[in-house]
Design a protein around this ligand. Sequence first.
Ligand code: NAD
Length: 310
Amino acid sequence: MKIAIIGVGTVGSAVATAVKNTGCVHEIVLFDRDGTRARAAAEDLGHAATFGFDVNITAVSNYRGIRGSDIVIIAAGANQRPGETRTDLLAHNADVIADIIPRVMANVDARHVKIIILTNPLDVMVMYAQKISRLPSARVIGTGAMLDSARLRTILARHLGVSSQSVNAYVLGEHGDSSVIDWSSITVGALALDDFCRQMHIHLPATTRNTITHRVRNAAYEIIRGRGATWDGIGAAAADLVRCIVNDERRILTVSCVSGVASDAVAMSLPRIVGADGVVASLRPKLSAAESAALRRSGKIIRQNYDSLS
Ligand code: NAD
C-alpha cells in the first residue's frame, strides 16, 4: 500500500507520522514545492521508522514519484493565522488545489485512486478537487468533521465522566464556523444522552450544551492561539481514515464528499460508511427541526463560497 502526501508542512508531517504508525502501509512518498523541506521530513521520519513499523519513506522531487499510489493526501496550502477564519484561505488555497490536482491525476490510476483532502476551507476544496479530478465523488474525501466529532466526544466525555470511546456523537455540515452538532443522536454506550444523564444524575442544561458547542467550533482558534497551528488532531484523523480505507473497515465516519445534484451539490460532513472504495453510503441522521435548518444553512454557506470561486 503506497501513500503519497502532497504538502509536507506542519500538517503533512504530522499526517506522515500518524500514517506510518498505523502499520498498514509499506511506502509513503512526500512531495512539497519546497523540496528541501520534503527531503528533511523524509529523513527525520525515516529515522523514526527504525523504532516502529518498517515503512519506506522518501521525498520525491516531481509528481512522477507518486506513481503507483493507492491514496493521495493533500495537505498543501496556507493555514490560518491567529484570528483568521478558514474561509479567509479560500482564494489562495483554491489556486493550490488547481495547481496540484491535474499533476496528481496525470500520475495515478484514476480507476482506483482515493484522494483525501485536508486543505482548508475543507468542504469547498473537496468540491473543487472533485471537479478538477473528475473522479467519482465517493473517492474524493475530506476528513471534514471527523476532527470536530473527536473534539465533541472528548469534551462531552470529560463532562460525563466516561471514556470518549463510549460517546457516539457526530458533528455535521461544514468543517468550519457553521458546523452543526447533532445533539439528537448522541448515545453514551447503549443509552440516549438524556437517559444516561438521568441515570447518572448529571445535569446537562441548554447553557452547558451551548458552551460545549462553542468550544467545539472554536477549538482550532484556541489551539492556533496557543501553539501557532493545529496538527496532532488532524494527523490522527487522516491516519484513521487511511486505516479505514486500507482495511476496508466500513466504519461510519463524519467525512465530507460531494453529494446532491447540479447546483444543489455540495460537499459537507455526514455520517458515511467508508471502505476500500471510499465512501460506500451516506446516512441522514434524524435531526430536530432546528438542527435540520442549521444543516441546510451550513450547506448554503459552503455552496456560496464554492460559487464565489467562479
Ligand atoms: P504549512 O504552511 O506548515 O505547510 C503547507 C505546506 O504546503 C508548505 O510546506 C508548502 O510549501 C506546501 N505547499 C504550498 N503550496 C503548494 C503547492 N502548490 N504544491 C506543493 N506544496 C505546496 O501549513 P499547515 O499548517 O501544514 O496547513 C496545511 C493546510 O492544512 C492548511 O490549509 C490548513 O488550514 C489545513 N488544515 C486542515 C485541518 C483539517 O481539519 N482539515 C487541520 C489543520 C490544518
